[in-house]
Design a protein around this ligand. Structure first.
Ligand code: DLL
Length: 434
């Protein structure tokens, strides 16, 4: 069992020691990748580079990037750095089009994954004896089997996976669940279902929510915490790097600590790809320092964030990133203004009385882009006068216009109208023809 020992937690190691650990691991993994992945060797040779040209971590920016499309081009096994008989597990990320991206793990890689999940749980104050209802999907998606490593901490895992929401609520109540893990949007659905069933989550022993796999905002966190009395923590990760457990919030709930003795983070300018110093916003890039089966060197995540320069009051020395509010590829442009779905979510939830269920529909008419924001209202609010509904609608439109800078049409819809997700939600429906 991977029991947690605070005294030996690498999250607290002195900075210079951490840098030595990172460099030692990086040198070895670069050599391993160069020797075993022909694709990678070719890319380095194109740049006239040998592993020995990289003399410190500061030289990392000389190395080529890897992106999702490279993984698709080498589908399925082209990026593996060990023979198939050393691989004990595959996962895959669901692509919206075409083939998925396949990732692989050796037995030792799974140990690394287990270790970072245990460290993430320690950040949240989850401990031996807790009962975790793991409602992330089990299967090729990394969420379910990733959080399942909680067993290694002595946590009792309920491997319920996503779906069958009524049963989720029943089990949460009957099993005395103390922690839950799923996407934040699915938890909203669980909250609604509990209300419908007349069960108050606030009165259950559940203390902690472990939410990630999709962007969510601080107002959304407040909404969840106020409605349930739990502490809602963020967990970050991606299939190509390992799955969930690349980073996690601590009790300060201000940024996610990156387990950087295993995943070395960089921020680069999303257009020029030049490295940026800590404190500046840009695209997050990761190099895996420990994984053997499928090491990733300078993988472009498309996630936009910054690395904090301030120390975290929790005492961890590993660096923090700001919560991921968007990806570079989920921005849409409306009449010249760059918009991210999270900005609309924050504006919406700032209006008293809105429910956190919404979707954004983009259409085009006579070359003009239109944005409709559908927002759910409680059934009893629909009984209000037309006048009060119009006031509410105007308040939403005004809030979005003032904070995001675009005019939208807010449409109020009955509670339960907007499709619920059991995994990652689809907030934006783009009906504009290309
Ligand atoms: O979503 C792994 C995961 C499972 C993370 C469970 C957390 C919990 P992918 O399906 O490969 O892997 O998607 C990775 O999801 O690049 C981000 O854009 C987004 N994402 C993941 N966690 C967060 C988060 C899993 N906490 C992609 N906040 C990433 C915002 C997130 N976005």
């Amino acid at each position: 069992m991977n029991r947690y020992h605070p005294a030996s937690d690498p999250d607290f190691m002195p900075k210079n020691m951490l840098q030595n650990v990172q460099w030692g691991k990086f040198e070895a993994i670069l050599r391993h990748t160069y020797d075993n992945v022909p694709w990678y060797q070719l890319r380095m040779k194109e740049k006239g580079l040998q592993p020995s040209d990289i003399r410190s971590l500061d030289d990392i920016h000389k190395l080529p990037f890897v992106s999702k499309s490279d993984l698709r081009d080498t589908y399925p096994y082209g990026m593996f750095a060990v023979p198939l008989n050393e691989i004990v597990r595959f996962h895959a990320s669901s692509g919206t089009t075409g083939k998925p991206v396949v990732v692989s793990y050796t037995k030792d890689d799974l140990d690394v994954w287990g270790e970072v999940i245990v460290r993430a749980l320690a950040c949240y104050g989850v401990h031996e004896g807790d009962i975790l209802q793991n409602a992330y999907g089990y299967g090729l998606f990394t969420g379910g089997l990733g959080l399942h490593f909680a067993e290694q901490l002595g946590v009792t895992v309920v491997p319920i996976s996503g779906g069958n929401t009524e049963r989720q609520v029943m089990i949460m109540q009957d099993f005395g669940v103390t922690a839950v893990s799923c996407t934040p949007s699915y938890f909203l659905h669980i909250m609604d279902k509990a209300e419908e069933m007349g069960i108050a989550i606030k009165e259950l022993p559940i203390r902690v929510g472990i939410f990630g796999a999709e962007p969510w905002t601080v107002p959304m966190r407040k909404n969840i915490e106020a409605g349930t009395g739990i502490r809602a923590y963020d967990i970050y990760g991606l299939t190509e790097i390992i799955g969930p457990g690349v980073g996690a919030e601590c009790h300060c709930q201000n940024g996610l600590h990156i387990f950087e003795d295993h995943f070395y983070p960089e921020i680069v300018d999303k257009d020029t790809l030049e490295p940026l110093p800590d404190g500046r916003y840009g695209e997050l890039v990761f190099t895996t320092l420990s994984k053997r089966a499928m090491p990733m060197i300078r993988f472009r995540t498309r996630d936009i964030t910054k690395i904090f320069t301030e120390k975290c009051p929790c005492g961890r020395t590993i660096r923090r990133i700001e919560r991921i509010s968007h990806r570079s590829d989920d921005m849409f442009i409306i009449r010249g203004v760059n918009v991210f779905p999270g900005q609309i979510e924050s504006a919406l939830l700032a209006v008293e009385g809105t429910l956190p269920h919404y979707r954004i529909i983009l259409t085009r008419e006579h070359d003009l882009d239109n944005v409709e924001v559908q927002v759910e209202l409680r059934a009893e609010q629909f009984d209000d006068t037309i006048r009060s509904l119009e006031t509410f609608q105007r308040a939403i439109q005004k809030q979005i216009e003032n904070t995001v800078g675009i005019r939208v049409k807010a449409t109020l819809v009955q509670q339960g109208t907007i499709p619920r997700s059991e995994g990652k939600s689809q907030r934006v429906i783009d009906r504009r023809e290309l």
